[in-house]
Design a protein around this ligand. Structure first.
Ligand code: URA
Length: 443
């Protein structure tokens, strides 16, 4: 069997066998199948899709491309959280330490930015010294000692996703149900999670902008997850405007520090963190129900224990924690520019896709696999949907390496804001919750 044959069979819409999927995924992981053939395979899957059986095999194969963390000696139900990706979505940085501080073990393997969406790994690595490449043994020991470890895919754990994820990012093959399922679920199975809080985003800043497609993705992930042994609660959440006020790696870490220390809080970010933490506490059998989980999460956030846990994790992963304790020590971007409202009115629309793309262009994400990330680059929003601005008041501040770089995106950021005389109708942040038993509306 060779890669060309497998690519052309998938291109023709043929259902691949488990052996064929293994052949191409393992071949690519070992370096025997080159990037250009894997790109063609990913594009064939993108257009032809995969049956549920093929996707299950893809998940199992990607998981088996490396080692699986055995957490069976650690007491408690292991729970993780993952988002399908958004702009300004920094929830993992808060809920992982928050839930771990309440005694639920959180083994977390995250990814880097994909397209216009940010990634937890890039955000963590913006903290000087923070290493996300622990060995499996170190990962297990840290979950046992601290209740949480935050790592990325390595050569030892889900190496297939490590390579495929980076390739999908730059070949426009992210928007594919089976490839998303393979990527997310292989990481969760390899890290030893038993239950998962999955945040499936919809709206212009998400992978899928319309709710129907996002709902299909959520159902697909819940079904395949349960088939592969993972209990999943999924939320369908709005990503039509960025989450919180900060977009860009260090800017987002800083926003999370403010939330965990109680110095400032964007209402949408805080709400989504508390909801997801409450669900994780229920999945982890630490709370009897959502209401109890929510009360626990609120008290851990307000008491500062989430912040202390985050510092503890960061210290163990070699970060220079002085930047967490005193974020003003962190260098700021070389250049910045404030965009002001050109008229009085309400922000009736704020396009998350335009903001995400502008942040990538400022240096916060990658256009090519090898591109370095500028951790200080990004955008702080001063007004969001529904907020009122008077002419001359700030809408956003852009941060980048050069004045020219900022100038190249300023018009697009300005155009991301629509200002009107009347306030827009409100949009719910959370639409519904899905489990293997079906979907229910969120009040
Ligand atoms: N998150 C992942 O880990 N993988 C995807 O493909 C999308 C979101």
């Amino acid at each position: 069997m060779n890669a060309i044959e497998i690519i052309s069979r998938k291109q023709a819409g043929t259902e691949l066998s488990a052996d064929e999927i293994r052949e191409i995924v393992f071949g690519y992981t070992r370096g025997e199948v080159p990037d250009y053939q894997m790109s063609a395979f990913l594009m064939a899957v993108y257009f032809q899709g995969m049956t549920q059986r093929e996707t299950g095999d893809l998940v199992r194969t990607m998981t088996a491309s490396g080692r699986r963390a055995d957490l069976s000696n650690i007491p408690g139900r292991k729970v993780d959280k993952h988002s399908t990706g958004g702009v300004g979505d920094k929830v993992s940085l808060v809920v992982a330490p928050l839930v771990a501080s309440l005694g639920v073990p959180i083994p977390m393997i995250s990814g880097r930015g994909l397209g216009h969406t940010g990634g937890t790994l890039d955000k963590l690595e913006s903290i000087p010294g923070f290493t996300t490449t622990l060995s499996v043994a170190q990962f297990i020991r840290q979950v046992a000692d601290l209740g949480c470890a935050l790592i990325g895919q390595t050569d030892e754990i889900v190496p297939a996703d490590r390579k495929m994820y980076a390739l999908r990012d730059v070949t426009s093959t992210v928007r594919s149900l089976p490839l998303i399922a393979g990527s997310i679920l292989s990481k969760k199975l390899a890290e030893g999670a038993q239950a998962l809080m999955l945040d499936v985003k919809f709206g212009r800043g998400a992978i899928f902008d319309n709710v129907a497609e996002a709902r299909s993705l959520a159902k697909y992930l819940v079904d395949i997850g349960s088939e592969t042994g993972l209990e999943i609660t999924a939320l369908l959440t709005d990503m039509d405007q960025p989450l919180g006020y900060a977009v860009g790696n260090w800017l987002e870490v800083r926003e999370c520090l403010d939330l965990m220390r109680g110095t400032a809080a964007a209402p949408d970010l805080k709400e989504l963190c508390l909801v997801q933490a409450a669900i994780m506490l229920t999945l982890g059998e630490r709370a009897e129900n959502y209401t109890e989980g929510r009360a626990l999460a609120e008290s851990a956030l307000h008491s500062g224990s989430a912040f202390l846990k985050f510092v503890e994790i960061a210290h163990r992963q070699q970060a220079e924690v002085r930047f967490l304790e005193n974020p003003d020590l962190y260098p700021t971007a070389n250049a910045n520019r404030v965009l002001e409202a050109k008229r009085n009115g309400y922000v009736s629309d704020l396009n998350a896709l335009s903001i995400g793309q502008a942040a990538v262009s400022l240096g916060a994400g990658r256009m090519r696999k090898e591109d370095p990330v500028d951790y200080t680059a990004g955008i702080i929003l001063h007004r969001k949907r529904g907020d009122y601005a008077e002419k001359g008041q700030p809408l956003a501040t852009l941060f980048g390496a050069t004045v020219d770089r900022i100038a190249s995106v300023a018009a697009a950021v300005e155009a991301a804001f629509t200002i009107e005389d009347t306030p827009p109708a409100s949009r719910p942040l959370i639409l519904s919750r899905l489990t293997i038993n079906g979907e229910e509306n969120w009040e």
